[in-house]
Design a protein around this ligand. Structure first.
Ligand code: ADP
Ligand code: MG
Length: 240
């Protein structure tokens, strides 16, 4: 579903991603862990065309997104992205937040978009919040609304960048539960997270990044239970 080869990204003289090679299969859940500043967000932003790679290729469902001939907006529609800061539109109700993209970009009729939006709110446990404004939601509810909004474009792949890092501890579980359900339904997901328990339980594969490289990757039991590289061991000893 995603094939990334020799991906590099520099900002001026600063090389943030150095030769990343990653494949993600359909329905796979890949968690990316690593210290702050290791390039995790930049990696996701390259996949979502929010940053332009300085080298290498990213092929999503057979389309090379680094090829300027391809339409970036079309490719972005394959991908749903959820950020640490929820980025909901404050002047729109929760339902309007979710239905705006399907209406504007997909040309869905209001009735159909509203039905889809309500189904999605139901799925993320916010059925009673359709007409509420984001300011009146808790952090966890905002993030679940943001997930519903991303799902409304019916993406093939969901990308998450530390979706629970900005939340009060008691809000984290509800968001992770929604993500766990998506995984169960077979959604292909790439998740940058500090929730090691979640990664261990839900990921099919865990990638440990440091300094712009993939230092180590493997199935969660191996990577958490028996890390091979010194840097992985050091990182895990700090976070587990
Ligand atoms: P992580 O998500 O793992 O914490 P990031 O991908 O956010 O890491 O950042 C990796 C490095 O790239 C950091 O040193 C950061 O300062 C730098 N960086 C990220 N975005 C930019 C940018 N737009 N311009 C310059 N440097 C950036
Ligand atoms: Mg980051």
């Amino acid at each position: 579903m995603i094939k990334i080869e020799n991906l590099q990204k520099s900002f001026g003289d600063l090389q943030v991603l150095k030769d990343m090679n990653v494949e993600v299969r359909a329905q796979e859940v890949v968690c990316v862990i690593g210290p702050s500043g290791s390039g995790k967000s930049t990696f996701l932003r390259c996949i979502n065309c929010l940053e332009e790679p300085t080298g290498g290729s990213i092929v999503i469902e057979g389309m090379d997104i680094t090829d300027p001939k391809n339409n970036v907006n079309k490719m972005r529609q394959k991908l749903g992205m959820v950020f640490q800061q929820f980025n909901l539109f404050p002047h729109m109700t929760v339902l309007e937040n979710i239905t705006i993209a399907p209406k504007r970009l997909r040309g869905k009729a209001k009735l159909e978009a509203d039905q889809l939006g309500k189904d999605l709110l139901n799925k993320v446990g916010l059925a009673d919040k359709a007409d509420v404004y984001p300011d009146n939601l808790s952090g966890g509810q905002k993030q679940r609304a943001a997930i519903a909004r991303a799902l409304a474009m019916e993406p093939a792949i969901m990308l998450f960048d530390e979706p629970t890092s900005a939340l009060d501890p008691e809000m984290v579980g509800g968001v992770l539960a929604v993500m766990k359900n998506l995984a169960k339904e077979g959604m292909t997901m790439v998740i940058v997270t500090h929730e090691m328990g979640f990664a261990r339980e839900v990921a099919d594969r865990v990638i440990f990044m440091d300094g712009g490289y993939i230092v180590e990757e493997g199935d969660p039991e191996d990577l958490f239970g028996n890390p091979k590289h010194e840097r992985t061991k050091t990182f895990l000893s700090k976070v587990l």
